[in-house]
Ligand binder design. Structure first.
Ligand code: ZN
Ligand code: ZN
Length: 136
């Protein structure tokens, strides 16, 4: 029975990934994720959920950002996008859709900001807000 603890951790991680994958067009606070996972009577430790979310962010599997009109930090699954901690994102202010700004010129833009203003852009915290094509 010595593996129980790590199996439990892995299971929680899988549940978080599964849940966010199924809802990859939406974003959730850590508390939202916890409540959704426990909805069907599962007993999961809250801090285990939070820790796993943080870990998934560090691995670049989740995008983490603050919503423009809220102080809460929200998370979204980054389908097919690696290293979300290394590029900036844009979010539609209407539908909440996330765009991964992986083009080369965005990186040049970051470098320009660095050389002109001396600011090291923190990609994991930088989000450009605007209206997407669908919402215009
Ligand atoms: Zn991304
Ligand atoms: Zn939109």
């Amino acid at each position: 029975m010595k593996n129980t603890k790590s199996e439990y951790k892995t299971k929680t991680r899988m549940m978080i990934i599964e849940f966010l994958k199924e809802n990859s067009d939406k974003c959730f606070t850590a508390n939202d994720i916890y409540l959704n996972l426990t909805q069907n009577g599962q007993s999961i430790n809250r801090s285990t959920v939070y820790r796993n979310i943080e870990k998934l962010c560090n691995e670049g599997k989740l995008v983490k950002y603050k919503e423009a009109d809220s102080v809460a930090t929200v998370y979204q699954y980054s389908e097919g996008h690696d290293h979300c901690d290394r590029h900036m994102h844009a979010q539609c202010s209407e539908c909440g859709k996330i765009f991964h700004l992986e083009s080369e010129f965005v990186e040049e833009f970051e470098n320009k900001i660095q050389s002109c203003y001396g600011i090291d852009v923190d990609c994991s915290k930088t989000i450009i807000v605007g209206k997407c094509d669908d919402c215009k």
